[in-house]
Design a protein around this ligand. Structure first.
Ligand SMILES: CC(C)(COP(=O)(O)OP(=O)(O)OC[C@H]1O[C@@H](n2cnc3c(N)ncnc32)[C@H](O)[C@@H]1OP(=O)(O)O)[C@@H](O)C(=O)NCCC(=O)NCCS
Length: 165
């Protein structure tokens, strides 16, 4: 593990501590850019503007200094929510930043009265599965050929759930 001094240096070098906060309409273009770089079927700026305006949709951004480097989106219905998307910019991955993003997002869902959270993740997406497992999600189902890749390959998804109360 790093000692105190070098962790301070590393943090300074990376531009400070990443913070999780509510996303605003002004983030729509950047969020669409991040989404498009992370997923084969990207959401456009307009789609983000609509989601940011919807009362049943919760969007958080991950900010490092002046840069938005990630986001989490979920949709609420009664006392359940579905995480629709979560991503961290490719050049910022592998540093554990997604954990705080997800846990903060879940905390806000709990604050809105959500008691169970669901999500679907591609079966072989190891970073995402690790992230969700460590955040307390468990596999509750499997969906065959749920995702279609650009090359036509069909991939399975697992359905995961975590209770918040
Ligand atoms: C999933 C994602 C948000 C994780 O963000 P991150 O900040 O890089 O996450 P972390 O650094 O905490 O890594 C998560 C876990 O995956 C592991 N991991 C990272 N890269 C990996 C790889 N190539 N293979 C296997 N495991 C890997 C990490 O070791 C970590 O596990 P650990 O906590 O046991 O050490 C990020 O990879 C991403 O944006 N992916 C593209 C979008 C996506 O797939 N989103 C999820 C589906 S909606």
């Amino acid at each position: 593990m790093m000692d105190h001094m070098s962790s301070w240096f590393t943090e300074w070098w990376r531009g400070g501590t990443a913070v999780v906060e509510a996303a605003t309409q002004r983030d729509a273009a950047r969020l669409a850019q991040l989404h498009g770089a992370s997923f084969h079927r990207g959401w456009g700026e307009t789609e983000f503007e609509i989601m940011l305006a919807e009362r049943n949709t919760l969007v958080h951004r991950l900010r490092l200094g002046r840069k938005i480097i990630g986001f989490a989106v979920s949709r609420m219905a009664a006392d359940e929510a579905e995480i629709l998307s979560i991503a961290v910019a490719a050049d910022q991955r592998g540093r554990g930043l997604s954990r705080n993003l997800l846990l903060t997002h879940l905390g806000h869902l709990a604050g809105r009265g959500v008691r169970a959270v669901f999500l679907e993740v591609e079966e072989n997406n190891q970073p995402a599965r690790r992230l969700y497992e460590r955040a307390g999600f468990a596999v509750v189902g499997r969906r065959e050929r749920y995702y279609r890749e650009a090359d036509g390959e069909q991939l399975n998804a697992v359905l995961m759930r975590r209770d918040l109360s």
